[in-house]
Design a protein around this ligand. Structure first.
Ligand code: GLN
Length: 193
């Protein structure tokens, strides 16, 4: 059975877990390397504070093993801070975490305090999606191989590269489950890592 790892070091992971469990997914909260003893079929990188998440990933020895699984093709759904963790480059020179997604991101791109808002935009293959932004980043540039899934106000807010799907907004907030359904289908089609 497909087993989805939910990175549970910090941030808004429980909402992702709830949505995926409702679809019948088997989820495991990842807090340290013990949870990597059995293979994973997918990974969720939740929103939160990317600098804290990166620090904990390193301290717990999770960065390298998870990076290897991502590089081998394990499906990943990353939101907000998760997008920052995947990015190959962070504007301003912040330290990179996984660096597996060939994009440059701008952290807190909408401002630190007043940067939370909801908008509705077209998402490739899914139609209009309500997007919840919470002190969100956006993508300032993406490699030609990176597919752009959505823009908001002209800025890139959702991308896909190989099996990594990364969003600047929070699809786990609210009742629209289409993005998680799309991810779960991908997980069921792929293998184990
Ligand atoms: N501003 C946060 C960061 O830079 C991301 C915000 C979020 O995940 N909601 O890590």
């Amino acid at each position: 059975m497909a087993r989805i790892g939910i990175l549970a070091l910090q941030g808004a992971f429980i909402e992702h877990e709830r949505m995926l469990r409702e679809m019948g997914a088997d989820c495991i909260e990842i807090r340290n390397t013990k949870q990597l003893a059995e293979p994973l079929s997918g990974l969720v990188l939740p929103g939160g504070e990317s600098t804290v998440q990166r620090k904990l990933l390193i301290e717990e020895g999770l960065l390298q093993p998870l990076k290897e699984k991502i590089q081998k093709g394990m499906p990943v759904l990353a939101t907000c801070a998760g997008l920052i963790l995947l990015a190959k480059e962070i504007e301003g020179g912040d330290p990179v975490c996984f660096g597996t997604l060939p994009v440059t991101v701008r952290r807190n791109a909408y401002g630190r305090q007043l940067g939370s808002f909801i908008t509705e935009e077209e998402f490739k293959g899914l139609g209009k999606i309500k997007m919840n932004f919470i002190r969100a980043p956006y993508v300032v540039s993406a490699s030609p191989e990176t597919e752009i899934l959505a823009r908001a106000d002209g800025n890139i807010v959702a991308v896909r590269y190989k099996h990594q799907t990364a969003l600047a907004f929070h699809p786990e907030v609210g009742t629209d489950e289409r993005i998680h359904e799309m991810f779960y289908e991908e997980v069921l089609e792929c293998g184990e890592w």
